[in-house]
Design a protein around this ligand. Sequence first.
Ligand code: PLP
Length: 219
Amino acid sequence: MSIKKQLQELKSVLPKQVTLVAVSKTKPVQDLMKAYDVGQRIFGENKVQEMVEKYQQMPKDIQWHMIGHVQRNKVKYMAPFVDLIHGVDSLKLLSEINKQALKNNRCINGLLQIKIAAEDSKFGMTKNDAIQLMKSSEFKNLKNIKIKGVMGMATFTDDQNKIRKEFETLKSTFSELKSIQDSMHIISMGMSGDYPLAIECGSTMIRVGSYIFGARNYQ
Ligand SMILES: *Cc1c(COP(=O)(O)O)cnc(C)c1O
């Protein structure tokens, strides 16, 4: 199956309110350009250096999303161009993003990563951490980062009920946070294996890689 075909097939079944992030990590620029040529403009990467290299080589109307865990010392490399950082999970990281955004005279968008999978998830905040953070005066003073919503990753399992519960948890966490800051509107959940379920549960942004670009080869 070709990249163009897969992408067009996926887009034809997505509801209007759902934004597609084409997850292109590990894939060469030629593959990304195939998606670009049929209209895809949002790409997701999980390593800062790889995203910077692709940004430099590709057309400048692309919106680059950082979907992986971000180390604070790497923020400066993507601050000039990154559109949305999905994995924001601490005030320290928020402060660094704010600082680098200010240096570049821009505002960077972010999503709070919420821990929804019970096991083995090192990253993400609990709902209560997120509520506390958003109510803090430190948070309110950060003018160069805008939190637009939440992101979560479900457990890697075949148990659809379990995945559904986790997505529902993220959706309800989003609703609580939105009552603190009404401008929030993004729920980033759903990948190749679980995006239909994520959309059923209220996702407004899916992050899909292998369905579009084929299996990844990590070496
Ligand atoms: C790699 C990745 C995806 C895409 O995974 P696929 O199963 O290939 O669709 C989505 N979200 C995050 C955070 C990822 O790291």
